[in-house]
Design a protein around this ligand. Structure first.
Ligand code: RIB
Length: 315
């Protein structure tokens, strides 16, 4: 399987402390050694996509510093085309401070740095270069809203499939929902979108997804962690896809990014939403088995084996 995917998003270096529990407000927790991993929702999704068999071009920004050069080298080593990464003079490379607890849950604070400086023009230049190339564009919202808007508008204008991962939900993306991107929120982000659209309360996920899909007229694919994925069609009809199984949960950081990267890569390769989401949940489950967002993101053959085993068990 090899689709062509343009990923527009944030690239960070993750500074990770594993501690017995996550700190509460004003609380100090003590872990062992500091670990450094590649991160950022854009960078993580790009790595998941390329490992799952896609050709990937990455669009984003770093600072002219050691973290930025390392982050770029890591993407290049995966086989990702980073020609469209802009080095922002005067900005630091994005960094995330992450605490992971003993059951793999995390708490993340991001210093956006160069990610916030990704400009609409940077995206336009990359889109021009990519003219006629991608099967799909995956956009996530840890970069400036202007850059997100340019990516979604360009994908629409060029007739490319567009997946928008609203993580986090920014009020400025409301207008973009009319352009019918496939949206991939988690449950909290779905609620934020629902309220952004003027709805009230906290109804069941199916109802919120249907309300958002009636606005976008496109599938809404909600990631639910250990409960898998809820895929709601443009017609408002939902299907549940169970989570893949992990042998152990070490670190859930980047599981959503893994889903998004593999999901978008599979769409780019011509799979339908349901089979793309099935590949995504399998990959996301495997990604939690090691420390660091990207360490155990799987290859295409590994995903194929897990899917084939699941299929033979179900028949
Ligand atoms: O989704 C996980 C990612 O969120 C981390 O890698 C961190 O960099 C933040 O962007």
């Amino acid at each position: 399987m090899s689709g062509r995917l343009l990923v527009v998003g944030a690239l960070n270096v993750d500074m990770v402390v594993t501690a017995p529990k996550l700190p509460g407000p004003g609380e100090t927790v003590v872990g062992a050694d500091l670990q450094r991993h590649g991160g950022g929702k854009g960078g993580n999704s790009a790595v998941a996509a390329v490992r799952s068999g896609a050709d990937v071009r990455y669009v984003g920004a770093v600072g002219r510093d050691e973290l930025g050069m390392t982050a770029l080298a890591e993407l290049r080593a995966e086989g990702i085309d980073v020609t469209d990464v802009v080095i922002k003079e005067g900005s630091a490379t994005g960094a995330a401070l992450i605490v992971v607890d003993s059951v793999g849950e995390n708490q993340i604070a991001v210093a956006a740095g160069a990610n916030a400086a990704v400009a609409a023009q940077d995206v336009s230049t990359a889109v021009e270069r990519a003219s006629g190339w991608p099967g799909c564009v995956l956009v996530s919202t840890e970069i400036s809203v202007a850059a997100v808007a340019t990516a979604v508008e360009a994908a629409t204008a060029q007739g490319w499939l567009c997946v928008l991962n609203p993580a986090p939900v920014e009020p400025g993306i409301r207008e973009l929902l009319k352009l019918a991107p496939i949206i991939t929120p988690n449950q909290g982000e779905l609620r934020d979108l629902y309220r952004l659209l003027g709805e009230h309360g906290d109804p069941p996920v199916e109802m919120m997804a249907a309300a958002v899909a009636s606005h976008t007229r496109a599938p809404v694919v909600v990631t639910l962690g250990a409960d898998g994925v809820l895929s709601c069609g443009a017609d408002g009809v939902s299907t549940r896809i169970p989570a893949g199984s992990a042998r152990r949960v070490v670190d859930t950081t980047g599981a959503g990014d893994t889903f998004n990267g593999v999901f978008a890569a599979s769409l780019a390769a011509g799979e339908d939403v349901t089979s793309a989401a099935r590949r995504g949940v399998v990959a996301a489950a495997l990604s939690v088995e090691s420390a660091g967002a990207r360490t155990s993101m799987p290859s295409a053959p590994t995903i194929d084996v897990v899917l084939a085993t699941a299929d033979s068990t179900n028949t």
